[in-house]
Write a protein that binds this ligand. Structure first.
Ligand SMILES: O=C(O)CCC(=O)C(=O)O
Ligand SMILES: [Fe+2]
Length: 304
């Protein structure tokens, strides 16, 4: 399994973020990367995602965790989310674990080693009125309270040019530096389960609490490029008003230091994340977020 070599070609080195880009990411909480995927790789993502939707699996999850996002055709023509796409499709896993993506993430996060945390295949049908296409304001760390790290980050990878008309991902500039107000247990619930207007209000209140206003930046992402966002950067996205579906993968990444931690909820129970039902256990019997089956290494500067 660990036959990947963590080296970049001279051409790939040119595609890494500069020191200025890293400072930009630290200040703004997002970064639009150069063309990290070839057209062939992106075309393969389209073909393989269609094969997946038609029922093809290279591997199946041993069980479906209670809060997994997992669209099936019975759900019809609404927004589709499929977690663990890097586990169930070998061809997609190969592209998502391309060392260049990991190397960009490592630079941005200031990490020596980067692993996959999760990946979600996303499809927004071209239906402007479809409510489920709207992704309300959230930041990803809300779902990752059982993770110790505050350096985790996400690559949003569309399979085509992606703009506002298509309902591209939209960042709330600089919000990763905000102190959060109004946080309670509800923030750990997936955005699909939460009230959308409540989230819009919460965003405005949070901005005001931090002495600022909400500045929304829609990511204009050319085919082969991807945007990165910090795990505390607020983001969301709107309707797909284009004629074609919006296809993408959210590739969530963890730095090498990230580990599982117990996260108690106010009712005394312990929060669980999807992984807690499927990954191997560590020596203390706790979920191991370094399990290479689910969380493969995508980049390391350490020599083997
Ligand atoms: O699909 C979108 O527009 C947003 C995806 C998202 O929330 C993420 O990449 O973390
Ligand atoms: Fe997100």
């Amino acid at each position: 399994m660990n036959t990947v070599s963590f080296t970049l070609s001279a051409d790939e080195v040119e595609l890494l973020p500069s020191n200025e880009d890293v400072l930009f990411y630290q200040e703004h909480g997002w970064y639009l990367a150069k063309k990290l995927l070839t057209d062939d790789e992106v075309n393969t993502l389209v073909i393989e995602s269609e094969r997946f939707y038609a029922g093809h699996r290279d591997r199946e999850l041993p069980i479906h965790p209670p809060r997994i996002a997992y669209w099936t055709p019975e759900e019809g023509d609404r927004q589709r989310h499929n977690d663990y796409i890097h586990y169930e499709s070998d061809a997609i896993r190969r592209i998502l674990t391309k060392p260049l993506i990991g190397a960009v993430a490592a630079r941005l996060a200031g990490a020596e080693l980067v692993r996959v945390f999760q990946s979600t295949l996303i499809y927004k049908p071209p239906r402007p009125e479809e409510e489920s296409n709207i992704v309300p304001w959230h930041f990803d760390k809300h779902y990752w309270s059982t993770s110790t790290s505050d350096r985790m980050l996400t690559a949003f990878i569309p399979f085509h040019d992606c703009d506002e008309q298509m309902g591209t991902i939209t960042m709330v500039d600089g919000s990763q530096r905000w102190q959060e107000i109004g946080a309670n247990d509800t923030v750990t619930r997936h955005f699909a389960d939460r009230d959308k207007s409540e989230l819009e209000d919460l965003l405005r209140e949070n901005a005001a609490y931090n002495g600022t206003e909400v500045c929304k930046v829609p990511m204009m992402i050319p085919k082969g490029h991807m945007s990165f966002h910090h795990c505390r950067t607020y983001h969301g996205s709107g309707a797909n008003r284009a004629a074609a579906p919006r296809r993408a993968i959210s590739l969530h990444l963890q730095d090498g230091d990230n580990r599982w931690r117990r996260f108690p909820l106010s009712d005394g129970s312990t929060l669980t994340y999807n992984h807690d039902y499927v990954v191997r256990r560590d020596e203390d019997g706790d979920p191991d977020y370094t399990d290479p089956n689910f969380c493969p290494v995508v980049w390391t500067e350490r020599t083997a």
